[in-house]
Design a protein around this ligand. Structure first.
Ligand code: PLP
Length: 378
């Protein structure tokens, strides 16, 4: 079997598989983005956005991938003349720091090695030094399959009076984020991850406090301009019309499933994945206590590199999982299990992994990984 995008088992760390309803929703003639139909669509999306974030707030959709949302938030919210602290323990934390440095002269990074837990004490003491206007942190570090414990930071962020700005790109609709309880001021989601919509949109949630702190920083991504247009169910510039149509359908699917159910299902799939990884005799890459529920990062077994493992999955079994990034290329592989990923995806993937490891003489307990998954099925 060779790779076939129409029928592949698609488990990369996002974009994720898209439901046929969402695909069909995009397939319509051009719409007038200043006409009543499109305004109605924007209105519906506005009503549905709290389903994704789990709360109400000032919420909007930007035409651009997740990074556009981060750039919008940082350019409109990083306080001028005050410090900005960015936490990094993986590729996307480092990217956040790079974006923040474009819009603030006073960025301090607090760093842990890739895959290690958030350095909570170091962040707290940085906040206590004072004059911190914003803390930027990634909720789910996709590059290493690790969920950062933002709850542990929340009280210190509040005490410091800093804006709490969260990259939730691979977390929203996959990992619980109690926005109100933790006092989060901005969250950025990517359409192509937990929401299972096509790539190309960023969703942004802002608190009341963030809304009143907005300042102009970018033209295209000026959040105040986007919010002002949204009051009239409008967008300031020509939006990615087909993606908005797809997003409405993806949000409707999420509403039908229910956010709590999607979060619980994603957690269950993640637990089954981790148990199956153990049963294969493989090792998780990140600290297990903080292993992500949306993407599992696994060390490549000794002697089996990408060519033997990931490429065989793709070429022989039409299964796509993802490799490592940066220094982790060839050292880890990642399985995404967010959005509409489900039990059959895991069963097929781990059956193929059992076969590949078995043929290489590296399968300690044949059938055990599948048994671990089956036992966790509803
Ligand atoms: N932040 C995180 C946590 C991500 O997972 C990603 C993409 O995988 C990004 C930022 C960048 O998002 P995009 O590629 O949609 O611009």
């Amino acid at each position: 079997m060779s790779f076939d995008p129409e029928t592949t088992t698609f488990l990369i760390a996002g974009p994720v598989r898209i439901h046929p309803r969402v695909l069909r929703a995009m397939s319509v003639p051009s719409l007038n983005h200043r006409g009543d139909y499109f305004r109605g669509l924007v209105g519906e999306i506005r009503e549905l956005l709290p389903v994704a974030f789990g709360t109400k707030g000032h919420q909007l959709v930007l035409s651009g991938s997740g990074t556009s949302g981060l750039e919008a938030v940082y350019s409109s919210l990083l306080p001028v003349g005050r410090r900005c602290v960015v936490v990094t323990n993986g590729n996307f934390g480092e990217r956040s720091a790079a974006i923040a440095k474009k819009f603030s002269q006073e960025v301090t990074t607090v760093t842990a090695p890739w895959g290690e837990p958030l350095p909570v004490e170091a962040v707290r003491s940085e906040l206590e030094k004072g004059d911190v206007g914003a803390l930027c942190v990634v909720h789910n570090e996709t590059s290493v399959g690790l969920a950062n414990d933002l709850g542990a930071l929340a009280p210190a962020v509040r005490r410091a009076g800093a804006l709490f700005l969260v990259d939730g790109i691979s977390a929203v609709a996959g990992i619980p984020l109690p926005i109100e309880a933790w006092g989060v001021d901005a969250v950025v989601a990517g359409s192509q991850k937990g929401l299972a919509a096509p790539a190309g949109l960023a969703l942004v949630h802002l608190s009341e406090r963030a809304r009143s702190a907005l300042h102009p920083g970018s033209y295209y991504l000026d959040l105040a301009a986007h919010l002002a247009a949204l009051e009239k169910n409008d967008t300031p510039w020509t939006p990615a019309v087909p993606l908005f149509l797809a997003l409405r359908e993806a949000l409707l699917l999420l509403k039908e499933e229910g956010l709590d159910h999607r979060l619980a299902r994603t957690h269950r799939l993640a637990e089954a994945t981790r148990a199956a990884v153990d049963a294969l005799g493989l090792e998780l890459f990140p600290d297990r206590r903080f292993a992500s529920d949306t993407v599992t990062a696994i060390k490549n077994p000794a002697g089996l590199g990408d060519a033997q493992l990931r490429k065989t999955l793709e070429k022989e079994y039409n299964i796509l999982v993802q490799g490592g990034q940066g220094a982790l290329v060839g050292k880890i592989f990642r399985i995404g299990h967010m959005g509409i990923a489900d039990w059959p995806d895991l069963l097929v993937t781990f059956a193929a992994l059992e076969r590949i490891l078995g043929k290489a003489g590296k399968l300690p307990r044949p059938g055990e990984a599948l048994r671990q998954i089956v036992e966790r099925m509803p």
